[in-house]
Design a protein around this ligand. Structure first.
Ligand SMILES: *Cc1c(COP(=O)(O)O)cnc(C)c1O
Length: 371
């Protein structure tokens, strides 16, 4: 029996082979490989898709977070609040500019940055954060209205980490349209993934987008005279051409992810805590990952493995407990939920080319699991 894959990147290529081959050939034959018409088209299409007026493509999602912070004037010694329950990339981006990450515990339902904890932290800390980076983990958004309200009252910038949330919504509005800036990643496994690295920053603010256009390429507005100090963080034409093909599929892929989630939800094993979508009715989850919790993770993982079902853990060690970060930064509040959940979470197979048989086999195995 063929194992049921947790992610399946090859399937994405195989199902879109003709279009992707054509897109790549087109770039190869054009003789134009950096900042050309494919990148331009992608920025325009992605802006239309997210309904966010300015999109600046960059080399990857980590750069998208870093350059967003820089565009807001965040730098050496500034505090940036975020979660420890995230891909380490969020924190590397903060560190890269010499800023200091301040960790906030997560909401036990959505597993995203908890606005109440953030407010308590701001009241107790000597130097409040200059920016906050909520992470819309697994495809479900943080409570953005509450966070923007805090931002108004305590004047900090908000940079949404949308790396896992292409198309997620809150009150009908897309992820990325609440904060001052939004960072997207197109790492191959994301809901919208390139066949290499890619990223983008989306914003309503034209001044910030102009600054980002300079920052991402040596500080240039015009060639050969840097206006500000910048970096090289460009999306290449090849990746943009591939993303233009896959962006057309994104809506459909997200719907399929939601259908898979509904089938898993139905398995209703009492020993499993499911990410029931009903938890936050105003929020639309796009299931970058379908993550359950159980106190008996090892047992469930073994059971699924014996049933030829691949699983993964996103992420087994909270950032503040990883080797590089232990005792590196002051911890301002107990990260109780973060630490507890890291031991219980499990990501089930979630990819848009799972067959009906495969989804049903996973649901059946979940239902049948016993200690
Ligand atoms: C993937 C990811 C990133 C980083 O993106 P890269 O493109 O790999 O640099 C940042 N934050 C989160 C939450 C991610 O999942």
């Amino acid at each position: 029996m063929k194992p049921i894959l947790q992610v399946d990147l090859k399937a994405i290529y195989q199902h879109n082979k003709d279009e992707i081959d054509k897109a790549i050939k087109d770039v190869l034959e054009s003789g134009w490989y950096i900042l050309g018409r494919h990148v331009e088209a992608f920025e325009k299409e992605f802006s239309e898709w997210t309904k966010i007026p300015h999109v600046v493509s960059v080399a990857n999602g980590t750069d998208a977070v870093e350059l967003s912070l820089r565009a807001c004037g965040v730098g050496y010694g500034d505090r940036v609040a975020t979660v420890s329950h995230t891909a380490v990339a969020t924190v590397s981006a903060i560190e890269r500019i010499g800023a200091i990450p301040v960790f906030v515990d997560i909401d036990p339902n959505t597993m995203t940055l908890c606005p109440n904890h953030l407010e308590t932290m701001i009241k107790n800390i000597d130097k409040p954060p200059k920016a906050v980076v909520p992470v819309h983990i697994y495809g479900q958004m943080a409570d953005m209205p509450a966070l923007m309200d805090l931002s108004d009252r305590h004047s900090f910038y908000v940079i949404e980490d949308c790396a896992q949330a292409h198309g997620a919504k809150f009150n009908g509005k897309n992820a990325g349209s609440f904060g001052h800036l939004a960072a997207f990643s197109f790492y191959p496994t994301k809901n919208l993934g390139a066949f290499g690295d890619g990223g983008a920053i989306a914003t309503m603010n034209s001044e910030l987008s102009e600054k980002l256009r300079c920052l991402k390429q040596y500080g240039w507005r015009e060639r050969n005279n840097s206006l500000i100090s910048g970096v090289n963080s460009r999306m290449d034409e090849m990746q943009a051409a591939i993303l233009n093909v896959l962006l057309k599929k994104l809506e459909g892929y997200n719907r399929t992810r939601q259908q898979i989630a509904a089938i898993y939800d139905d398995s209703k094993n009492p020993k499993i805590t499911y990410p029931f979508r009903t938890r936050v009715p105003v929020s639309e989850h796009v299931f970058h990952q379908y993550v359950i919790r159980t106190k008996y993770r090892k047992s469930l993982q073994n059971w699924l493995e014996n049933n030829q079902i691949q699983t993964a853990v996103h992420y087994p060690i909270p950032v503040h407990l990883q080797t590089a970060y232990k005792n590196k930064y002051p911890i301002h509040m107990p990260l109780t939920v973060t630490e507890q959940y890291a031991k219980e979470i499990l990501s089930l197979p979630m990819n848009p080319y799972l067959s009906s048989d495969e989804m049903n086999s996973v649901a059946k195995a979940l239902k049948a699991w016993n200690l």
